[in-house]
Ligand binder design. Sequence first.
Ligand code: SAM
Ligand code: SF4
Ligand code: F3S
Length: 453
Amino acid sequence: MVLKKKPSLMGKKIFIKTFGCQMNEYDSNRIYDAVKKIGFVKTDNREDANCYILNTCHIRDKAKEKVYHEVGRVKKLYNNKAKPILVVAGCVAQAENQEMIKREPYIDIVIGPQSYHKINQVLQNFTAKQKEEETDFDTIQKFEYFDKIKNTNNKVSSFLTIQEGCDKFCNFCVVPFTRGPEYSRPFKKIISEAEELTKNGVKEITLIGQNVNAYSFTENARTYRISDIINELENFSELKRIRYTTSHPKDMTDDLIDCYSRSKKLMPFIHLPIQSGSNKILKLMNRKHTVEDYLNVYEKLKKINSAIEFSSDFIISYPGETDQDFNDTINFVKKIKFLNSYSFIFSPRPGTKAAGLKLIDEEISKDRLTRIQKILFSYQLEKNNAFKNKLIDVLVENKIEGQNKLFGRNKYLNSVIFKGNEKNIGKVIKVKIENCNQKILFGENVNKNMRAA
Ligand code: SAM
Ligand code: SF4
Ligand code: F3S
């Protein structure tokens, strides 16, 4: 029998559509780095791919259905063309595994977030007759594999995963099921990846993890925490800014808080989700922190630097939330005046403890969401208005396509769109804010020759 040689993947085009959080964005970039090894070339044209990856999110709503709709769109797009290898990756892939291929035969490969080290092997082995599914939790192997592959991200601002997974099991959340148990990457590997990124020209690193501030890695009897990573990055002369996300209030330990008194590069903006302003609801959610714990962290940080600003996540109408509980959340929001926020109505997720609980009436929930967002957004607008006519430091990230304008961010991660010189990409420059809305600041670079701060 003559064995048929598999077609080469050399020069084949690959496109990844990414949904969900920063973890998925980082993973998609690492997948691009990995598949280069077997000949794939990244394309930004979604209609022109030999391999099409959907990197999915399972956090809310009918995530699974959304993926099937998305597959439908790809099918239409490639109706008269050669079918691409269709891969479903990410958190829906992990949660649904081979069920997806059974339901939608257009899907060829299903691969969970902790199996990405197998992506090349799976793509090389793939034949149209033999679909593939990989959803084991091999987190250590995954990182060991990716540690050997250069991170080629050369954007001004880059994510860097330091920790994955979650052991906290909030009753509403799928993450512990889709990303698996908490795992912290070796300290030295993180530092060498950061070195690689700065060599590529990266000026801002955001350390990421589902529980980024729970980072804990022990080697030779020494335990490294996120504060150690921040302290080390502080010495990188080319690096201008350090951020981290997403933090859990319980893990805001004093060593991390102390970084804000020392570090010149750690930005004074913290995304710290509270979910609810009612202790009763926090307990029902199994959040493992109280409103007072949160306020304690808030006050410690404000004492160090009163200019530190906060953003948060809110789940509205968690089962059992009374008008009183909701009002507690409103009062909490009025106290902190968050600079940014993400608020959603509770969405039951399959497999979680809260999945079967009695839902709050839809109209009441929508009304609560509207009411809280009105307040949250009014503070956001108020804070943005305060930047008007002021000169602020902006790290310039890129030119906006089709417009003669630049995009950057201030120290609080606000998007800033402004007229300025392209030569300033990668520099921190002074921008005068002329206008704003709740989400964006608009301005002009006042001194085009100004040197990087
Ligand atoms: N680890 C972070 C923390 O402890 O807050 C959050 C990570 S989660 C990926 C991001 C946000 O999604 C959560 O803060 C929560 O507000 C929201 N979320 C998670 N599950 C949800 C659900 N079932 N319904 C509505 N929002 C949800
Ligand atoms: Fe989800 Fe809670 Fe873990 Fe955050 S801490 S990822 S909300 S289970
Ligand atoms: Fe979504 Fe998974 Fe991130 S569920 S929010 S992509 S960890």
